[in-house]
Design a protein around this ligand. Structure first.
Ligand code: NAD
Length: 331
């Protein structure tokens, strides 16, 4: 795998240095066009709508149409400017248009910067299942401009913090301690602090992806809190992805204590950090409903499930469990 180059700083300046000389087409969404018109209008551009419904094969088909109408060929470079939805779609279009063209991202949400933009997974939703159609293809570069996070709605910023906590619990005790020491508002108002948390969280993910790009082993660790988080998202529309992952992390940490693999004091410190960051850790629907949704997840192999358990702050393990065993962790 050719590692993605990661850049931190002003997007426009960095793009001037890293984009290839030939034709560049930007794919972005309506909000980014409204908020950053100069950046977007510097290139040929294709605008998509907002929201998870847009992450579909019909949007991909419309982008193919527009690329063909523009005369985009195999030498065209696609630049996704946006959050996870834009980068997932751009990566998928770039991996498939004319059997693959080069691409890169300017990631503009906290969740995108620490998670969605890195690792090469891309794709769209299909038949009611999230991210069920896609490829794993690495972008050439990801630019993270934390100044762009200033325009991000507060709820979206906070949601991204859940993925930062996840990275810390999976593989970076120092990042975790930093988050415990600092105030949420101080982190969000400091470019240095934001760059620090984004780069540390990205490094956790990149190191894992470099070892296991196709998720046959270690990459599964990055699903900490996600099995339950995805199920919560399916059952209830009142929590966004990050909020649901926060609840998932809290529940699985407590389950890990029940199994005797995590100290109760570590589960408490995870909970208190999530609460300090403003997450509500109550389940929005009953545990029984959540478990039914876990069973329905197409990513599950047969009757067993790969469960990511925290074993310490900064260390997790994957344990294959029969679904019944998993269920018992929550009774
Ligand atoms: N590929 C992966 O590995 C991976 C990992 C995690 C999540 N994802 C995917 O990412 C998606 C969620 O990404 P997201 O949370 O970034 O959501 P998103 O892309 O929908 O962005 C959230 C909202 O913020 C707006 N926005 C983006 N940047 C902005 C900015 N700088 N200022 C103001 N508004 C801005 C967007 O227009 C949108 O309305 C999901 O579809 C999820 O499946 C992918």
């Amino acid at each position: 795998m050719i590692p993605t180059k990661l850049y931190f700083g002003h997007a426009a300046e960095i793009l001037g240095e890293v984009l290839p000389k030939g034709r560049v087409v930007v794919i972005t969404d309506e909000n980014l066009l409204r908020l950053y018109p100069e950046l977007v209008r510097s290139y040929d551009h294709i605008i998509i709508g907002i929201g998870e419904e847009v992450k579909s094969l019909s949007t991909v088909a419309r982008i193919y149409d527009e690329l063909m109408a523009m005369g985009a060929d195999r030498s065209t470079f696609l630049l996704g400017i946006g959050g996870g939805i834009v980068t997932d779609i751009t990566g998928f279009v770039a991996s498939t248009y004319m059997r693959g063209v080069a691409f890169g991202f300017v990631s503009t949400t906290l969740l995108g910067q620490v998670d969605a933009s890195v690792g090469g997974k891309n794709g769209v939703n299909f038949d009611g299942y999230k991210n069920i159609v896609g490829t794993i293809t690495q972008p050439q570069f990801v630019v993270s401009d934390v100044e762009m996070l200033r325009t991000l709605p507060e709820r979206e910023l906070r949601a991204g913090m859940a993925e930062v906590v996840k990275s810390a619990v999976v593989g970076d005790r120092e990042l975790f301690d930093f988050l415990v020491r600092c105030d949420y508002s101080d982190i969000c108002s400091s470019v240095e602090s934001l760059r620090y948390i984004v780069s540390r969280a990205m490094e956790v993910k990149m190191a894992i992806v470099e070892e296991d790009e196709r998720e046959s082993g270690k990459r599964r660790l990055l699903n900490l809190g996600h099995t339950i988080g995805h199920a919560i998202e399916k059952c209830s529309s009142c929590l966004n992805h990050g909020e649901a992952v926060a609840v998932g992390m809290s529940l699985i940490a407590r389950a890990a204590c029940g199994l005797g693999v995590l100290k109760p004091s570590d589960a408490e410190v995870i909970d208190s950090l999530l609460l300090k960051l403003g997450f509500n850790l109550d389940t929005p629907v009953s545990m029984a409903e959540i478990l039914v949704a876990v069973r329905g997840d197409k990513k599950r192999n047969e009757e067993s499930i790969n469960v990511v358990l925290p074993v310490a702050i900064g260390e997790c393990e994957v344990r294959k469990m029969r679904f019944e065993e998993f269920e018992k962790l929550f009774v």
